[in-house]
Write a protein that binds this ligand. Structure first.
Ligand SMILES: *[C@@H]1O[C@H](CO)[C@@H](O)[C@H](O)[C@H]1NC(C)=O
Ligand SMILES: *[C@@H]1O[C@H](CO)[C@@H](O)[C@H](O)[C@H]1NC(C)=O
Ligand SMILES: *[C@@H]1O[C@H](CO)[C@@H](O)[C@H](O)[C@H]1NC(C)=O
Ligand SMILES: *[C@@H]1O[C@H](CO)[C@@H](O)[C@H](O)[C@H]1NC(C)=O
Ligand SMILES: *[C@@H]1O[C@H](CO)[C@@H](O)[C@H](O)[C@H]1NC(C)=O
Ligand SMILES: *[C@@H]1O[C@H](CO)[C@@H](O)[C@H](O)[C@H]1NC(C)=O
Length: 406
């Protein structure tokens, strides 16, 4: 009798698509599902640096086929390349035609995250697996079943890095990946983006301690500071509140409740012009002793790092984002200064324009070698600041020992 009631309740919970209800009902089984772990690759060379996650997408002739999907914490639907004829446009999608059904349906629209162009996708149930390098593999879908995903013609992948054939939507949309697997794992997404193309970072979904070499005894999640995590009515992305941007003793105060979007697509943190100008002014004052260089667009503040045959080890003051709750996200030199050429390095922040909305978009250069956690379960965002002073990095995950974690 108990089982029957439980079954009915579970079925109802699924029909209602109420993720909180599902999560609560599935509590006893949450522990039995290990977190999903997948490698992240950095791609350079295209117009902007982008990051992909490697997942298994198919099983052909007794072998798994792996694909790289673009990491996008804003996208509303997981989609990938397939053989289908559907229109592509360079315009933005009209908001009312965006994909908004939970079941496979006629084509609907999503945006190419890199170009912003509108494209039609055909939704279907797909089976995706996440590769664990020790040979274990776990189906990504709820109940070891399938995931709703869209498919689009290969021409939809314009401006994508080579060999990246889909979009891993990690937003709060009900058709993104987290909502579709959250019934069996906690909706906690951790990203650790690598700073180089040669070593892999790591994506973790679910709740788990986490270790980076050589500190096999230090749980990285114990090093995190937290700030409240917000939604926005016009976005499926993740937002935090920044109260001030502090450089040495100079504080750039921000209007109450200034929300910053966390973006895995924007390569650099972008500030509304009024904020940008004040930050650059402070930064200029505290770096007066460093020889300047001609600006290299899109950056406006650049430095010479090679003078009279001597390479200058550039070390600039930290930029602190003072976040709601009082914790500081410390952005140190490797996350604030980008080496452009052998001779020139620039402050890696961009002017978003006078009307830029949101006023702050925190981009991927500032995430590199930081451990960040989108904890939708507890409505909080966790951040480690740079892992480098802690003598580790995002490229230090031992993928061959994942089985030991469960
Ligand atoms: C998982 O990926 C690694 C590295 O790409 C590969 O060596 C390994 O064979 C893969 N495992 C399976 C089961 O496909
Ligand atoms: C793309 O994939 C092909 C085939 O798997 C491989 O030979 C090539 O090296 C890959 N290119 C890049 C840039 O990863
Ligand atoms: C930046 O934040 C860190 C961590 O809270 C703090 O230790 C440091 O003193 C702050 N630096 C400045 C210049 O405010
Ligand atoms: C570089 O060398 C020139 C000529 O020797 C000298 O005038 C100049 O001050 C030097 N610049 C720096 C930054 O050391
Ligand atoms: C954050 O930095 C400010 C100075 O910018 C400092 O006064 C404050 O104590 C720091 N907060 C924490 C939690 O370290
Ligand atoms: C990674 O894990 C494997 C399996 O536990 C272990 O044999 C190996 O020594 C580890 N690698 C490093 C660098 O610690």
């Amino acid at each position: 009798m108990f089982h029957l009631i439980q079954l009915i309740v579970m079925v109802l919970a699924f029909i209602s698509h109420d993720h909180e209800a599902v999560a609560t009902l599935w509590q006893p089984t949450l522990e039995s599902y290990p977190p999903l772990i997948a490698p992240i690759t950095k791609h350079t060379g295209a117009a902007q640096d982008l990051y992909s996650v490697e997942i298994m997408t198919d099983w052909v002739n007794g072998q798994y086929v792996h694909s790289d999907f673009l990491i996008d914490t804003d996208a509303r639907l997981v989609w990938h390349e397939c053989i289908v004829q559907l229109p592509i446009s360079t315009e933005k999608c009209p908001i009312d035609t965006l994909c908004n059904t939970y079941v496979p349906s006629p084509p609907c629209n999503v945006e190419n995250p890199v170009t912003g162009g509108c494209l039609q996708v055909k939704t279907s149930y797909d089976e995706f697996t996440v590769n664990l390098s020790n040979g274990r593999h776990i189906l990504a879908g709820v109940h070891d079943a399938s995931l709703i995903a869209g498919c689009a013609p290969s021409s939809a992948l314009v401006s994508f890095p080579k060999n990246v054939t889909g979009v891993m939507a990690l937003s709060r949309s009900p058709y993104a990946y987290p909502a579709q697997v959250t019934g069996i794992r906690k909706n906690i997404l951790a990203l650790c983006l690598p700073s180089t193309t040669s070593a892999r970072g790591v994506l973790l979904f679910g709740e788990s301690p986490f270790y980076l070499l050589p500190h096999s005894d230090v749980d990285v999640t114990s090093l995190l500071s937290y700030t409240p995590l917000y939604t926005h009515p016009e976005s499926f992305g993740y937002f935090i509140v920044v109260n001030a941007i502090v450089i040495k003793k100079r504080s750039t105060g921000l209007p109450m409740n200034t929300k910053a979007k966390l973006s895995t697509i924007d390569p650099y943190t972008t500030l509304r012009t009024d904020i940008y100008n004040r930050v650059v002014q402070s930064f200029t004052k505290v770096t007066k002793q460093i020889p300047g260089a001609m600006p290299v667009p899109p950056f406006s503040l650049c430095f010479r790092t090679f003078t009279n045959g001597t390479k200058i080890g550039l070390k600039v003051p930290d930029i602190n984002l003072s976040l709601e709750g009082g914790k500081n996200w410390t952005i140190s030199t490797l996350n604030s200064i980008k080496q452009i050429t052998k001779d020139v390095a620039c402050l890696a922040f961009l002017d978003g324009g006078a009307k830029s909305e949101p006023a702050i978009v925190i981009g991927t250069f500032q995430f590199q070698d930081n451990f960040i956690v989108f904890d939708a379960e507890n409505a909080r965002f966790g951040f480690s600041s740079s892992l480098l002073p802690k003598k580790t990095s995002c490229s230090n995950f031992n993928f061959t020992q994942t089985s030991d974690m469960y």
